[in-house]
Design a protein around this ligand. Structure first.
Ligand SMILES: NC(=O)C1=CN([C@@H]2O[C@H](COP(=O)(O)OP(=O)(O)OC[C@H]3O[C@@H](n4cnc5c(N)ncnc54)[C@H](OP(=O)(O)O)[C@@H]3O)[C@@H](O)[C@H]2O)C=CC1
Ligand SMILES: O=C(O)C1=N[C@H](C(=O)O)C[C@H](O)C1
Length: 236
């Protein structure tokens, strides 16, 4: 099946990365949703039927929300209205539990970090942290335009492992890095994930959507996706 996607936040950095990747792949951009009272000002939309809209419309197979955490609840309500699975990529003051009321209606993926590599790292961190008594630091470095601090990835990991220290730095235009440091008398464990290009988040988000569209209703994290990785042959 050729996947039809709706991208919310189409004018943004992530929205643009997703549009570029989708247009290079066998993916139909059903609609590009931008904020009210704005114009689309991104890369050329090369497919004839892509709708540019101020709201989610029916007809897509999956919605990717990379707009703003304040609009995510409305986006989920629209997803429910049209019975469309939704990937929540926004980060900020919301948490997955805010959306529990909708988990029995549609598949919802809570994904503050869509990188599959990071998701595997996070799974390892959680396992190690369970079996070792570690002093833990989580650090993150992001571009200067990032609205939230700490990052959504950091918040999600901290919820799981309760870090002793969290630090954040903001600089540059494209930077994205997460670091875990765990320490005891015998070991120092360090994981670091640097992303050179938003296309990795975009590409992996689209891969995960191929999985999401085949799920029953539920509130999932990237963990559920990587638990199924053995059935997937190539992720390039
Ligand atoms: N899950 C992941 O792996 C990743 C998540 N993110 C997160 O994704 C979100 C977007 O990041 P980024 O692209 O860098 O941010 P940008 O600010 O570049 O893009 C956000 C876009 O959303 C638009 N927007 C805001 N409100 C609405 C609305 N109600 N309806 C439609 N569009 C809206 C903005 O419009 P306007 O241009 O008019 O202001 C903007 O174009 C952030 O929360 C970020 O933290 C980012 C990277 C990876
Ligand atoms: O805003 C970003 O750029 C990113 N946001 C996500 C987060 O807050 O964790 C994921 C990644 O770090 C890039």
């Amino acid at each position: 099946m050729i996947m039809k996607i709706c991208i919310v936040g189409a004018n943004g950095r992530m929205g643009q990365a997703i549009i570029q990747i989708a247009q290079m792949q066998n993916i139909i951009i059903h609609s590009a949703v931008i904020r009210e009272n704005t114009q689309y000002h991104g890369v050329a939309l090369t497919q004839n039927n892509t709708k540019i809209s101020n709201h989610i419309e029916k007809g897509a197979d999956v919605i990717l929300d990379f707009s703003n955490h304040q609009s995510t609840l409305n986006n989920i309500k629209s997803a429910v209205q049209y019975n469309i699975p939704i990937l929540i990529g926004t980060t900020g003051s919301h948490t997955a539990s805010d959306y529990k009321a909708y988990q029995n209606i549609i598949p919802i993926l809570w994904a503050p970090n869509t990188s599959i590599s990071w998701s595997i790292i996070q799974s390892s961190i959680e396992k190690i942290n369970k079996i070792r008594n570690l002093a833990v630091s989580i650090g993150e470095v992001h571009h200067k335009n990032k609205a939230d601090n700490p990052s959504g990835t950091t918040k999600q990991l901290h919820d799981k492992i309760q870090a002793d220290q969290i630090w954040s730095l903001r600089a540059g235009d494209n930077m994205s890095m997460h670091q875990f440091l765990g320490l005891n008398n015998q070991e120092m464990i360090r994981f670091e994930h640097q992303v050179f290009n938003r296309k990795i988040y975009a590409n992996d988000a689209l891969k995960v959507c191929e999985w999401l569209v085949n799920q029953n209703p539920g509130l999932f994290t990237m963990q559920a996706f990587i638990n199924n990785l053995s059935e997937i042959t190539s992720l390039n």
